[in-house]
Design a protein around this ligand. Sequence first.
Ligand SMILES: Cc1ncc(COP(=O)(O)O)c(C=O)c1O
Length: 380
Amino acid sequence: MTTIPLNDLQRMYAAYADRLDQAALDVLRSGWWLNGPRNKEFCEAFAGYLGVSHFVGLANGTDALEIVLRVLLERGRRAGDRVSVAPEVVTVANAGGYTSTACYLTGCMPVYADIEQESQLLSIPSAVAALSDRTAAVVATHLYGGLIDVPALRQAMNDAGYTHVPILEDCAQAHGLKGCGAQAGAFGDISTFSFYPTKNLGALGDGGGVATNDAELAASVRRLQQYGWGDKYRIVAAGGRNSRLDELQAAFLSVFLPDLDAANARRLAILNAYGKAAPAGLHVVRSPNGAVAHLAVVLTDHREPLRDHLKAHGVATDIHYPVLDCDQPGWADRPKRIGPSGLEVSRLSVNKILTLPCFPTMTEEEVARVCHALSTFALR
Ligand SMILES: Cc1ncc(COP(=O)(O)O)c(C=O)c1O
């Protein structure tokens, strides 16, 4: 019996081999590998797809989070906001550590809000409760391809008197996710993407970027991604670095982009099939606001027996993510704060989550095998 993998990037390459090979050859022969026409073409196309005015390609999604936090901090400082000394960023603890990494790189303190059990997404009341005079931003991570109701979050923040606090959408797991009247990445003040190969829109290496409708924010991101340059060799902003989406990756992304909606529909069909097959007591995580099934995650009180059962049926599993950010040993001595509503749901969930295979090139036979394995799991 062959094991069904969690993902299979060889299949993805095989499905697009001719076009990817041609795209690579074209770039190599052009002699233009950075800051060239493919980057411009992809960024314009992706901005158009998202319905935003600006998309800036960067080297990866973590750089995008870091650069955006720097830009927001700088804007807050210029506006004379209250957030100068010890800025805080409200986020969740269950989303893999990327936002916390960016916080620590930019001198911000992560403040952890709790999540909703059903969707495993940021709880809006918990996020609002965690706001303070020092809040520089709220990061709304559309985790597992589930949509946070960003307009509702904005309204709740405004009602609590925090109209000046920007919302940063982390869309690394949410390319093409639609709902609540728009799509992920187009609601908030600014949003970040990763094009890590396994993402819904993935490159053949690292990639990322920032989307916004705000021309000034886009210009600030462009400055910081290239050493702080205003124009060539003239540094006009501190805090710059080098983070570029290269021409090869941009060309590959342009090959995949037209099929993103179809690939998302396939992922969602797989998630729905698992939802139907799962016995009572095994909850398939899904946002009520919209989903693109980046990961198929179930909540179970019997994780180890379920893992063993799936393994015996040739189904690979993983855990996204096994350690809450606030409990990461490497950050034990780093500043952090747990929001006033606590982390009860996050803590309960971290021991219950289990990720199942879910990728667009899964065969019907493989989906049926996972469904059969799920449906034959006897809950104790
Ligand atoms: C939610 C989330 N944010 C940020 C990132 C960081 O992206 P990257 O790996 O491209 O740095 C990832 C993925 O890896 C992610 O899943």
